[in-house]
Design a protein around this ligand. Structure first.
Ligand SMILES: Nc1ncnc2c1ncn2[C@@H]1O[C@H](COP(=O)(O)OP(=O)(O)O)[C@@H](O)[C@H]1O
Ligand SMILES: [Mg+2]
Length: 322
């Protein structure tokens, strides 16, 4: 559905300064995938999406989207994709229903088809009761649902969403996600979205592309990234007199890393915590070391980002929000 090679975009800011916003991104997305592009502010997420949606041209590199080249066949690309930008610009004084019908007409539907499509989307995104409201009167969550509906008017097989849930409270985020996932299931859509919410990328996307400074620094399922780049941490407590023996046993676990004993607590990093924990407990029992408590701490995508960059994405996002 998407294939990019060494996609690059420079912005000439002044005669002496050029910003390289995207630095050689190569990415393949298969039909039906739901891919989250995760990265801090300024990472190049929006610039990448704007190239893939033909709104700006690449400085170098290539990209095909839905089978067409973004540079030489932009109108074919546009016909097959939906794009919901970061903070979209639906007209303010228009009514919700009119806005959706108007969008259908822009995409070449006749008036009857446009009305029918608008009706479907009003129902699908729970906007029916708001159809007569002015866009300017909608809440943030309602507005974002309208944005998504606008992107779906021409039933695209590929949908781009730029930070669809930014600025929404947790309940509205969850609600928007319900709608996105349902639309995806019903219409077998491929979805590429950007987010700087770690938990969102973690729980919603099957695949997470982590970008930083205009480059892809990781690309895998969230669970694979966490297992490979961070690993689970086991934490066990024993009587202080037994900590040395437990430490020795932990060091023998296959793939054990970062074995650290502090007081009566032992911490060890392993690839698969739920599998390694019973193994370690059994070894302890076998050697007459009673375990007082045991826990598996699973890593977060923030641990992954920290591992890759030495910075915490959580802190950066929070810092920005604050
Ligand atoms: N039109 C532009 N002119 C100059 N610099 C830009 C422009 N658009 C984006 N940039 C710069 O490119 C980098 C990537 O921006 P962007 O793609 O918006 O990041 P993200 O969406 O990940 O926050 C940033 O450093 C940003 O300041
Ligand atoms: Mg952006």
């Amino acid at each position: 559905m998407i294939s990019t090679r060494a996609l690059t975009r420079d912005f000439v800011v002044s005669r002496t300064e050029t910003v390289r916003a995207v630095r050689g991104i190569s990415l393949d997305v298969e039909p039906g995938e739901l891919v989250a592009v995760l990265g801090p502010n300024g990472a190049g997420k929006t610039t990448t999406l704007r190239m893939l949606t033909t709104l700006i041209t690449p400085t170098s590199g290539t990209a095909t989207v839905a089978g067409y080249d973004v540079t030489t066949q932009p109108s074919q690309v546009r016909r097959r994709i939906g794009y919901v930008g970061q903070g979209n610009g639906a007209g303010h004084t228009q009514r919700v229903g009119d806005e959706l019908r108007g969008q259908g007409v822009i995409y070449g539907l006749d008036r009857r088809a446009a009305k029918q499509r608008a009706d479907e989307l009003l129902d699908a995104l729970e906007l029916r009761e708001l159809a007569q409201r002015k866009v300017s009167e909608l809440s943030g969550g309602q507005r974002r649902r309208l944005d998504v509906a606008m992107g779906l008017v021409h039933a695209p097989s590929l949908l781009f969403l730029d930070e669809p849930s930014t600025g929404l409270d947790p309940q509205n985020r969850a609600n928007l996600w319900d709608h996105i996932l349902r639309m995806r299931e019903e219409h077998a859509m491929t979805i590429v979205l950007t987010t700087h919410y770690l938990d969102e990328a973690d729980t919603m996307a099957e695949r997470v592309v982590v970008v930083d400074h205009g480059e892809v620094i990781a690309d895998d399922t969230a669970s694979a990234l966490k297992a490979r780049l961070a690993g689970d941490r086991l934490a066990l407590t024993v009587a202080p007199s037994n900590i040395a023996r437990l430490t020795a046993l932990a060091e023998k676990l296959p793939g054990a890393r970062e074995v650290v004993a502090v007081g009566d607590e032992l911490s060890v990093r392993v690839a698969n915590g739920p599998a390694a924990l019973p193994e370690l407990i059994a070894a302890a029992q076998h050697n007459g070391v009673p375990i007082a408590s045991a826990q598996v701490h699973r890593p977060t995508l923030d641990d992954v980002f920290l591992n890759l960059t030495g910075r915490s994405l959580r802190e950066e996002s929070n810092g920005k929000a604050a």
